[in-house]
Design a protein. Structure first.
Length: 261
């Protein structure tokens, strides 16, 4: 797996075919709070053959160095450094949950670096229930079970939810709490009408962490945006319904970008 250096940190990312800035616009998948590049594994497998794509481990996550950041703005500026480090003059940001918040802020601050924006299971405001912070402070195993239980639909296999709980629990408490603090302070509800980047919004119909009403608010307030609600999926829509998700994402990309060759 490749690494690059951003803001003095060794940053890990995944890619199926390697990166070549000459192949066309880059696609950068950005995970949510406590996540890793693994949350995008189904998308990389299918789409990286056709597109110049990577999925990053944000600082302090997965195999990347650092302690994370306490604000969405710092993660936003990290992404700018990442684009420079991998040679993407322009990119499509695909952000899930916290990653979607980062992507929104990026689109408002650095619109000239984007070709398109994909917001997945996210909102213009990302308030976090106090129970999540309390669980992180008591016991990371408990926190992992709480988060994963909320993140998947009722149709998800118990083994899938249990595996996700273990993955969340492997985070350092400092990083996971920092992510959720960054989310809790995030609020762009008054700002998103200024986004002019072509935008696709995707949400699972059974999302309990960022309900479909959040996605509809984004759609109603981001000019020209497209919205897809995927039935039978929760917050982790790209993992629960990868075929349906990839179909929607590929159609959006093909309508707006020249495929990599």
């Amino acid at each position: 797996m490749p690494f690059t250096t951003v803001k003095g940190l060794s940053i890990h990312y995944a890619t199926e075919t390697g990166l070549d800035p000459g192949r066309g616009p880059g696609i950068v998948f950005v995970h949510g709070a406590g996540g890793t590049h693994e949350h995008w594994r189904f998308q990389l497998r299918q789409l990286a053959v056709r597109w110049n794509a990577l999925a990053v481990d944000l600082p302090g996550h997965g195999e990347s160095q650092g302690d994370g950041y306490p604000t969405i703005r710092e993660y936003r500026d990290f992404l700018l450094g990442l684009l420079d480090a991998v040679g993407f003059s322009r990119a499509v940001l695909v952000g899930h949950s916290m990653g979607g918040g980062i992507a929104q802020d990026f689109a408002l601050t650095y619109p000239n670096r984007l070709d398109a924006l994909v917001l997945v299971g996210t909102g213009a405001r990302l308030r976090v229930h106090p129970d999540v912070f309390a669980a992180i402070q008591r016991d990371m195993g408990e926190a992992g079970r709480l988060i994963s239980g909320l993140a998947y639909s009722s149709a998800a296999l118990l083994a899938t939810v249990a595996s996700a709980a273990e993955a969340f629990a492997r985070n350092r408490a400092l990083v996971l709490e920092g992510d959720f603090r960054a989310c809790d302070a995030f609020d762009l509800m008054a700002e998103i009408p200024k986004i002019r980047t072509p935008t696709l919004i995707v949400c699972g119909e059974d999302d309990r962490l960022t309900p479909a009403k959040y996605a509809r608010f984004l759609h109603d307030n981001i000019p020209g945006s497209a919205l897809t609600i995927i039935p039978g999926a929760g917050h982790m829509v790209m993992l629960e319904k990868p075929v349906e998700f990839n179909r929607v994402l590929a159609a959006f990309l093909e309508a707006r970008l020249r495929p990599a060759t």
